[in-house]
Write a protein that binds this ligand. Structure first.
Ligand code: ADQ
Length: 489
């Protein structure tokens, strides 16, 4: 950007997300240690050099005292982070309640948790009130730090009420909102008691982005059916004001994965894994342990494959790495025991004294260990029941230049739209079909594997996370300029 005196400066980008990209641990009354968590969003935005990025969000810890808050604010400032302090009650109602118990399952077509459906319905109003209050607290922090010309980029289903809070305060603010989950069919969205308020608030943004064209279409039809506002080719127009709606499929920092494979420690790890599983084909699943990832369905499909293909029984192994999340929620605890039970049963059924068909790990792997695993894998199994995009499928492809393994991918993951031509697409609910696709993948000719891999590798290395972030922000800048031109005409 250029100032009036002709000197250039970098535009500031305020990224607002529920969680800051750091984990904070209190060491004393006024001392904190911070660790950057390199999630997809952080790496995406680290690559965007033309903006000066500031992060605004919750640090994930309860800090009731002023001394602690001041010290944490100071420590975070060194990492370009600005905290929003939420107390325990708000976190319980807004984050655990409205975000994770209502919006998350609904947006993934899972409905509300069965046994407490009525309880959820009863507590709905208080949770939505807490959601709005929390969103207003995020807005207050943005307003405090906002400078004219800044671009504000709000992220995900936690902050659907934020665009309206921001625009109510300053209608000239450039506000974008991006959803990382699917946006469901309007038939699902219309069951939400707060359906209209949420849509209206999101529409206050200048630009609204989704991973796929389908999600964008669902959003526009929800606006039409619920609010009676017509969609246009550019987005949604209400009383002369246009909210631009578009698809911005996220990517990964593919070079980071490719470069990791050259690190001697990773090479050594790859060698060890190859020796460990020599004579067996390696199949891999890497997921957060969440209902949406379809882990029990995947394991049952693998069992069916073993049942139907006795010749493969001692020649293939499934490594399932599942990071536990939301471990205090009963629904998730049940999922963990369910997975353990199925794995135990299958290993008992098909294992021997020296080998088992499934290795299941309930933990996170460090980046280098994960890259080594991706590199030795013959077949990756991504069987999400619904998934906004699914970055594991991208990461696997980025690490497969040597092996050219096969990706089995759920048709209900956003990634199916971009990697569908190279992957074997499956309906994860159909265990027989997934079992058959495992057989197809393991028996695939080298020529066909190469062709499929090249297709996906080209996509993953070309459409990176940096490109995604740059496209969204430049579209947001353009949208605002166009709107100003339209109103000045
Ligand atoms: P997630 O649901 O978290 O993200 P995903 O896109 O697959 O799903 O990203 C998971 C990330 O966590 C990947 O980078 C992966 O490497 C890492 N990870 C998973 N299991 C791990 C393990 N056991 N050890 C180490 N790392 C592990 C949400 C949406 C997605 C959307 C992203 C980005 O649900 O649909 O793709 O945001 O928008």
């Amino acid at each position: 950007c250029e100032r009036q005196d002709g000197r250039s400066f970098r535009q500031r980008l305020l990224v607002v997300a529920n969680r800051l990209p750091v984990s904070a641990v209190r060491r004393g009354e006024d001392s904190w240690s911070l660790e950057i968590s390199a999630g997809g969003l952080v790496t995406a935005l680290l690559g965007v050099k033309e903006f000066e990025t500031r992060w605004i969000g919750w640090a994930g810890v309860n800090v009731p005292d002023e001394i602690g808050q001041k010290a944490l604010t100071k420590a975070l400032a060194e990492k370009w982070c600005i905290p929003v302090f939420l107390d325990e009650e708000i976190v319980h109602q807004y984050y655990n309640g409205y975000c994770n118990n209502i919006l998350w399952p609904l947006f993934h077509y899972l409905g509300l948790p069965q046994e407490d459906r009525l309880a959820t319905t009863r507590s709905f109003q208080s949770q939505f009130a807490a959601y709005k209050k929390a969103n207003q607290m995020f807005a207050d922090v943005v307003n405090m730090h906002y400078e004219e010309g800044d671009v504000v980029w709000c992220h995900d289903y936690h902050l659907m009420y934020l665009p309206e809070c921001l625009k109510n305060h300053n209608n000239n603010m450039k506000v974008g909102w991006f959803l990382h989950t699917p946006f469901p069919s309007s038939e699902i969205h219309r069951t939400l008691p707060s359906r209209s308020e949420l849509l209206r608030s999101v529409l206050a943004a200048d630009l609204v982005g989704f991973h796929t064209y389908d999600y964008a279409r669902h959003f526009v039809s929800a606006c039409t059916r619920i609010l009676g506002i017509e969609g246009t080719p550019e987005g949604v127009e209400d009383q002369g004001r246009l909210t631009r709606v578009a698809a911005f499929p996220i990517g990964i920092d593919s070079l980071r994965f490719q470069n990791a494979l050259l690190v001697p420690q990773v090479q050594e790890h790859i060698k060890e894994l190859k020796e460990r599983f020599s004579g067996r084909k390696v199949m891999l699943g890497v997921d957060r342990l969440d209902m949406i990832k379809g882990i029990p369905q995947k394991i049952l499909a693998f069992e069916k494959f073993l049942e139907e293909n006795p010749n493969w029984r001692d020649k293939v192994v499934l490594l399932q790495i599942a990071v536990p999340t939301r471990t205090d929620v009963p629904e998730y605890q049940k999922l963990t025991s369910q997975v353990h039970e199925i794995v135990g049963r299958i290993n008992g059924r098909f294992g021997s004294l020296t080998a088992v068909p499934i290795h299941h790990l309930d933990r996170s792997l460090d980046f280098h260990a994960l890259c080594a695993l991706y590199a030795v894998t013959d077949v990756a199994l991504v069987t999400s029941l619904r998934d906004g995009m699914n970055l594991v499928s991208y990461e696997f492809v980025a690490c497969q230049e040597a092996k050219k393994g096969v990706l089995i991918l759920s048709e209900f993951a956003g990634a199916a739209q971009s990697l569908g031509a190279g992957a074997i697409l499956v309906n994860p609910w159909n265990i027989t079909e997934v079992a058959a696709s495992i057989a197809q993948a393991l028996n695939m000719s080298a020529e066909e594997r190469e062709k499929r891999h090249q297709h996906n590798f080209h996509h993953v290395t070309k459409h990176t996370a940096q490109e995604w972030a740059e496209m969204f922000v430049s579209e947001l800048n353009d949208t605002v300029v166009e709107a100003q031109l339209r109103t000045s005409k």
